[in-house]
Structure formats: structure tokens, C-alpha cells
Design a protein around this ligand. Structure first.
Ligand code: FES
Length: 213
């Protein structure tokens, strides 16, 4: 049976979406850009970690993450208000304040989700209001296929999900707060983990943290 459709309005444009779809996918499918780093379409429970997809919805007091809010018939969504931009910009600066900004030497240069976000929203990559607190964590280059640089990781969790989906389930979040990293089970180097070498984690990484050698 075909899935029911609903109509909503995003930035004044009427959009048709599948009932139960999240606002983020409805917008992107309609060609309306909403920045996002941690959203995965096939994942049942959105992580809502990056906070870049915040939108305003008529009748709601707070800003809402578009990746976790299902569309409703007649819903009125705005992605480009002053309030959205102010809070989204702060979320972006927070991310960039501990990101090793080294685009010229980064394999992902030109196809990085951070560059795309900055370019589309006219943000600077280097935060202007927050101090830079880049960590200097060791790069894991133990694996013959790919490397992991935690200093470029945005903790979107896509690699953890991809590793789970592949059946290996070797990647996880470790530690808390500012110390959070993506780690193998037991913190062993990638080559000593149960990695099967599918490199799905590299495919989904939106930045230059996991790259092929
Ligand atoms: S994409 Fe929605 S919180 Fe990251």
C-alpha cells in the first residue's frame, strides 16, 4: 500500500512529504537546504547531536531539530529566521572551535559537510566568537585501508552506525563531554579490532576524520 502523503509549508513553499517522514528529509527532498551532520535517514532513533538542523515551527515555543520531528499536515516550518540563524551559528562555532581546520591538507577538501554548511549559510569556518580548543589526540593509522584522525571528528556517530550495520559493531563513543571520542571496543588500534575492512565508516564520514589511505 502506498504511504500516505501530507502537505506542509517550509519557508513559504508548499512541500509534500511521506507521512511519518522527518522535516529534515522533507525539506532536503524539496531542495530546501537544512544543515545537518548527524542525521541518518535509515536510522530509527536520531542522535540529535550536532544541533545544526534547528528550525522554527509555528505554534512551538522552542526551536526543534528537524531530523527528529515528523511532518504533520499543515505544519508551518521556517529554517531561515534570525532566531534560527543565531542559535545554529553558535552550534556551528562550537563544533568548529575544536576542529582541526586544515582544509588545504585534508583529503575531504571540497566535499566536506562543514565547508558546505559554511558556504551555504555564509559562516566562517574559523569561529569568531569562541576560542580554539583543538585537541591533539593521536591519529590511528594502524589500519592498512584507512586512518582515523579524532582531531577532525565531529562526533556525528555515522561511523558507529555504519559499523553496526556492517555487522562488525567495533566502533563506539568513549568518554564524556569534551573528552568524547570515537573508539574501538577496548580502545585498541583499528588494526587490532574486529574491523572487517568494509570501510563503510569512511563512506559515511561527513568530514576528513576517517579517510582511505
Ligand atoms: S542533523 Fe539534526 S541534530 Fe544533527
Amino acid at each position: 500500500m502506498a504511504q500516505a502523503k501530507v502537505k506542509l509549508t517550509i519557508n513559504g513553499q508548499e512541500v509534500e512529504a511521506k507521512s511519518g517522514d522527518m522535516i529534515l528529509w522533507a525539506a532536503l527532498d524539496a531542495g530546501i537546504f537544512i544543515p545537518n551532520l548527524c542525521a541518518i535517514r535509515d536510522k530509527d532513533h536520531p542522535q540529535t547531536g550536532c544541533r545544526l538542523c534547528l528550525v522554527e515551527i509555528e505554534g512551538y515555543d522552542k526551536l526543534i531539530t528537524a531530523c527528529s520531528e515528523p511532518v504533520i499536515k499543515g505544519m508551518v516550518v521556517k529554517t531561515n529566521t534570525e532566531r534560527v540563524d543565531r542559535i545554529r551559528h553558535t552550534a556551528f562555532e562550537l563544533l568548529m572551535s575544536n576542529h582541526n581546520i586544515d582544509c588545504k591538507n585534508c583529503v575531504q577538501n571540497g566535499s566536506c559537510a562543514l565547508q558546505e554548511t559554511a558556504s551555504k549559510l555564509k559562516y566562517k569556518l574559523k569561529p569568531e566568537r569562541l576560542p580554539s580548543i583543538v585537541r591533539s589526540l593521536p591519529i590511528d593509522d594502524s589500519h592498512p585501508l584507512f586512518t582515523y584522525d579524532p582531531n577532525k571528528c565531529v562526533l556525528c556517530g555515522k561511523c558507529v552506525w555504519a559499523c553496526e550495520q556492517s555487522g562488525a559493531g567495533e566502533l563506539q563513543f568513549a568518554f564524556r563531554g569534551i573528552d568524547t571520542v570515537i573508539s574501538t571496543l577496548g580502545g585498541v588500534p583499528l588494526v587490532q579490532s574486529g574491523c572487517k575492512g568494509c570501510a563503510d565508516c569512511v563512506t559515511v564520514c561527513p568530514v576528513g576524520a576517517l579517510v582511505l589511505r
